[in-house]
Write a protein that binds this ligand. Structure first.
Ligand code: AMP
Ligand code: MG
Length: 339
């Protein structure tokens, strides 16, 4: 065989080996990085899950089961839920897990000076958010406000007691779900995942990905800025959610616990980034009520970062996230905090 023949044969062997490696790689990738996605409705919102890994489909099924179980604990609107029973009986003995959720809510209520208050259920109901919203009667609203207050709730071990008010996990339930979902992913062979539960998103196993901040004045798919994040929970509270107009004035669902009226402080949305889903969600609501200055101080107490968007399209971002934000709609301006 001449030199040319040997070269041709060697070339053919190399090509065959490369083809085998490619086939093995593709097969390996399709088994161990198998992607599965699903969108479903639970917790009064749309949930979308995208998981990559060997067991991604099972993992998504477990996520769906976990969210529906959690809904069965936290939902105020399902009569048999643990929270509904607590509301009916002004307390009761709760599971270790539920006690942990309460401890966090009590802590955020205290540290926010009551701007966050998880006992406003009856006040929210008067506004009819999620049903047929309308401005409530002033006297009724005042009465409901006087009856609520997180300081009326006491938790000792697993025993929860409160004298009045209606417990509502609306401000933190979606973030709590993200923590439960992360627990499932950690036990599975999932390599990476993105799960969104309403306005709360979990980024798992992914590095430096861009997450959009929703356009407060546009549709849900449009963003006005991105945050570059790795392994984090991000929650946004916005005045564009659950809102309505009456006599030319608009009203939204984030309430000032002192008055029972929607917060009017010039903000349209607040996004909080945290390792904890529960904290990101609770703090996004709390920081919305507190505004950019006091809200940033609260986020800092928990080692979290926050982005505040005002009606005049100014964006305030805390130090830890300032360099990770990129404005994609130039009608918005990134503002520095004046220290
Ligand atoms: P989020 O979308 O996470 O900001 O949660 C808003 C929901 O939390 C509302 O729909 C109410 O159920 C509840 N909520 C409203 N105002 C407050 C408040 N000041 N503190 C705690 N929960 C609130
Ligand atoms: Mg929230």
């Amino acid at each position: 065989m001449g030199g040319d023949g040997i070269l041709k044969k060697a070339g053919a062997i190399i090509a065959a080996v490369a083809a085998v490696i490619l086939v093995v790689f593709i097969a390996w990738d399709s088994i161990f990085n198998k992607a599965a996605t699903k969108e479903f409705f639970a917790m009064d919102t749309v949930i979308s899950a995208e998981v990559k890994g060997k067991d991604s489909e099972n993992c998504i099924a477990e996520i769906e089961k976990c969210v529906s179980e959690l809904d069965g604990i936290l939902s105020r609107h399902s009569e048999a839920s643990e929270i509904s029973l607590l509301n009916k009986n002004s307390g009761g003995t709760i599971s270790n897990k539920t006690a942990e959720f309460f401890r966090l809510l009590i802590d955020v209520s205290k540290k926010s000076g009551g701007a966050f208050d998880f006992t406003l259920g009856a006040v929210s109901d008067l506004w009819g958010f999620g049903k047929k919203p309308s401005v409530p009667d002033e006297a009724e609203l005042r009465k409901a406000v006087s009856e609520c207050g997180y300081e009326k709730v006491s938790l000792s071990g697993n025993k929860l007691v409160f004298s009045s008010g209606v417990i509502d996990f609306g401000a933190a339930g979606k973030g709590i779900a993200l923590d439960e979902i992360r627990g499932i992913l950690e036990k599975s062979s999932a390599k990476e995942a993105v799960v969104s539960v309403g306005g709360s998103v979990l980024i798992y196993g992914k590095k430096n990905i861009k997450v959009g901040i929703r356009d407060p004045y546009g549709n849900a798919g449009r963003s006005i800025a991105t945050l570059t994040l790795s392994d984090a929970c991000i929650s946004t509270s916005g005045s564009y959610e659950r809102c309505f107009e009456e006599n030319g004035k608009s009203y939204h669902h984030i309430l000032d616990p002192e008055t029972g009226y929607p917060v009017e402080n010039g903000l349209v949305s607040v996004t909080v980034v945290s390792e904890s889903g529960a904290l990101s969600d609770a703090l996004s609501t709390a920081c919305f009520v507190l505004g950019p200055e006091k809200g940033a101080a609260l986020a800092k107490k928990y080692g979290c970062d926050a982005v505040f968007i005002t009606e005049s399209k100014q964006i305030y971002a805390t130090d830890g996230i300032f360099s990770k934000i990129e404005i994609t709609d130039n009608s918005y301006t990134l503002m520095p905090y004046e220290n």
